[in-house]
Write a protein that binds this ligand. Structure first.
Ligand code: PHE
Length: 455
């Protein structure tokens, strides 16, 4: 007989774990960059719209599928809708494996930067030679080592189970992350010229608004809220019957959005307050996050010797609470399918994903064949290819499938009981899931077909 299904120890445990999944590199790294490219102001409004009418309804839908079925993504759809819908769950599992493979590599860089900053804080800052970061990326053994370290960290948490591992980590990691981020923003606000950055982020400028921003915001909302691959289905399956899903989902969406906006505020302040910075980071936030920030901390920002390592600790914490949710999708799929023990499943999925991660880790210059493969035009290398595949195809497909399934096929009566929402709110939710979400995601897929890139 298999063990009874694990559950969260408390409602706040679920909210923090789901928020931990949502808050990740997408918030700290992608969001500020997209906001910057869209010149701030108007993008925030569009993003808030996307989160409210696309993100929140789909999140509610995913969590309720999981809780109703009490099964992981891989099986929940089949249990509620029949075998054909099961495919949707497995597409999600595939997406989780794909994202985990490259996410672990980038997450590993945060450990590298953390180590570097600890060294500088103790021994004094030495400005790295030009091209040091590219050399690090192209260093195969180092890339493998940091990726392996992060995989190990992730599996170590997962090994301890749902409430003893995932919930426990998130319980202290999420408040810590908030505190650190608020402290960083607070410090940045004391810089000369900081307010210009805040104003740039918060003042809507209709003249610079591009319609494409609507789609970018939708794609980003999806990735940032961990939607479209069954992570929320899986976490929802550990939710007890009596907890309110809409309230929990709302809390998660708000927490995720607040972190994204705080991170963007931090970046905008730095970009406005430090002369010449904006020109140097144009093109990519990889440089911004891993190269420019340490230099700024040590040369321009008071208290930098504490703040620099704190910042990279923050990035690592945000990343690990996301990688464990991706790992959990895989583990739950394996345990729900074969009924094997959780600890075996943790090791097996960890090793399997590491095989993919190793290819991604070596595709940044270390191994030419892996760095040059191009499945999608203009996306050279395994890492970019996997990111492109997940963000442009797998997540939108998962999202459109989920909203159609929940909106049109899974009995509206059942979801009504599940959600216990007052009638007008229920109808807004239902029609967002039925029409708004599929239409927005469909537009996104069309844009992808026409050559737009959301990775
Ligand atoms: N939401 C995470 C982030 O913003 C990424 C993620 C996507 C995690 C999907 C789990 C599932 O970084």
């Amino acid at each position: 007989m298999s063990a009874p299904r694990a559950h969260w120890g408390s409602r706040i445990g679920f909210v923090l774990a789901a928020a931990g999944s949502a808050v990740g590199l997408g918030n700290l790294w992608k969001f500020p960059y997209i906001a910057w490219n869209n010149q701030g102001g108007s993008f925030l409004i569009v993003y808030f719209l996307a989160v409210t009418f696309l993100g929140l309804p789909v999140m509610i839908a995913e969590i309720s599928v999981g809780r109703r079925a009490q099964l992981s993504a891989a099986h929940a759809y089949a249990a509620l809708g029949g075998r054909a819908w099961g495919v949707l769950g497995w597409v999600g599992v595939l997406a989780a494996g794909v994202i985990q493979s490259y996410y672990l590599v980038i997450a590993g860089w945060s450990l590298h930067s953390l180590g570097e900053c600890l060294g500088w804080s103790v021994g004094g800052y030495v400005s790295p030679v030009d091209g040091a970061f590219s050399a690090f990326l192209a260093n195969g053994p180092l890339q493998l080592a940091f990726t392996a370290a992060f995989s190990f960290l992730t599996s170590a948490v997962l090994f301890r189970g749902v409430s003893g591992g995932i919930e426990l980590l998130n319980r202290w990691a999420m408040p810590l992350l908030f505190a650190l981020l608020i402290y960083l923003v607070g410090t940045a606000l004391t810089l000369d010229g900081a307010l210009a950055g805040v104003a740039a982020l918060w003042t809507p400028q209709i003249q610079t608004f591009r319609p494409a921003a609507l789609l970018e915001a939708s794609g980003q909302a999806f990735f940032s809220l961990s939607l479209g691959l069954g992570a929320m289905v899986t976490y929802g399956s550990y939710l007890k019957r009596e907890d309110s899903i809409p309230r929990a989902a709302l809390a998660v969406v708000i927490l995720d959005t607040v972190v994204a906006v705080l991170a963007a505020t931090l970046m905008f302040i730095l970009l406005y307050a430090i002369p010449g910075l904006a020109e140097r980071v144009s093109g990519s936030t990889v440089g911004m996050l891993f190269v420019t920030l340490p230099e700024l901390f040590y040369t321009k920002i008071p208290g930098g010797i504490v703040l620099a390592p704190a910042f990279f600790a923050l990035v690592a914490i945000a990343a690990v609470t996301s990688t464990i949710s991706l790992g959990e999708v895989l583990i739950a799929a394996v345990t729900d399918t074969w009924g094997i023990r959780r600890d075996y499943a943790t090791v097996a999925t960890g090793v399997a994903v590491f095989a993919g991660s190793a290819l991604a880790a070596l595709s940044l210059g270390a191994v030419p064949a892996l760095s040059e493969v191009a499945v999608f035009a203009g996306k050279a290398g395994v890492l970019s290819t996997l990111d492109h595949l997940a963000s442009n195809y797998l997540l939108p497909l998962g999202g459109i499938g989920t909203s159609i399934f929940v909106g049109w096929f899974w009995a509206a009566k059942d979801s009504r009981i599940q959600l216990a929402l007052p009638s007008p709110l229920f109808l807004i939710w239902l029609w967002s899931v039925r029409v708004v979400a599929p239409a927005a995601i469909f537009a996104l897929l069309i844009a992808v077909a026409l050559g737009k890139d959301f990775s």
